[in-house]
Unconditional design. Sequence first.
Length: 303
Amino acid sequence: MKLIIDTDPGIDDAMAIAYAAAAPEIDLIGLTTVFGNTLVHQSSRNARFLLDKLNLPVPVAEGAHWAWGRDFHDPSVHVHGPEGFGDVTEIPDLDQNHHQPAAEYLVDMARQHKKELVVCAVGPLTNIADAIRLDPQFASNLGRLVIMGGAVFRPGNVSEFAEANIHHDPLAAQAVFETPPETVLVGLDVTLQTLYRSADFEALARQSPEIGGFLSEISEFYLRFYQDVAGEDGCGLHDSTAVIACSHEHMFETVETGLRVVQDGPKRGQTIPDPENPPIRVCRDVDGASVVDLFTRRVTALP
Ligand code: RIB
Ligand code: CA
């Protein structure tokens, strides 16, 4: 399966990219970057660093600096650390970004790999909405869009109502839900059922000292955040769960519904079922232990 991950790395994004590199059924052809957990230049630098570490020479196309209708962004430093990788703040700035911006690259790749390309969006949906706006054929050229975002049947994480990726750019999310490609939504409804605990990270680091060790090191900050905010020993495998859904949708229970996004007020970013918009598949339940187990089995095969 040809895959592009649209990402804001980001600790759990780094885990998802490592998973994609390890999964034999995934052919990761590139990354596109977006603001979100970090500023976009940090997302791109972190993406290039990870690809080098994973020995995967594929392009990084940089995308949106901020949300539709805004000209600034406050990164989630309290969740992902000042540079996106927790307490690890010295991140080499390796190689260069692809010459095309993210939306153009996505449009070209969807055209080139007609109906075969899967895009897994694990940050704000700005690049995806830009690609839909840039090319009216983008949605129909795409094989599938798998989104980590939203909280349809349970409370959010940035507020009682909203999940972070949708909250960062509700206008872009609404635009995607109005004219979606074939889409699967992997929201907090399922990603908070895939908790990765400190003991899981210890095992990962033992069996995969280089990659697992790095993921374990950057995750200490993330685990502290979950402990402080939710009293949990463990963090959601948010972005990895979405990448796993790209190839293992059978592990999820889905319901079909259109969605709309609340744009303003205290419920800004809330994802609400709306029959006026085209139906997408929303993941409602998952066997979380199987997702955690698959993630560990795959990533421990890395050095
Ligand atoms: O709400 C979880 C999402 O927000 C994940 O994509 C995480 O990386 C953060 O961006
Ligand atoms: Ca992310």
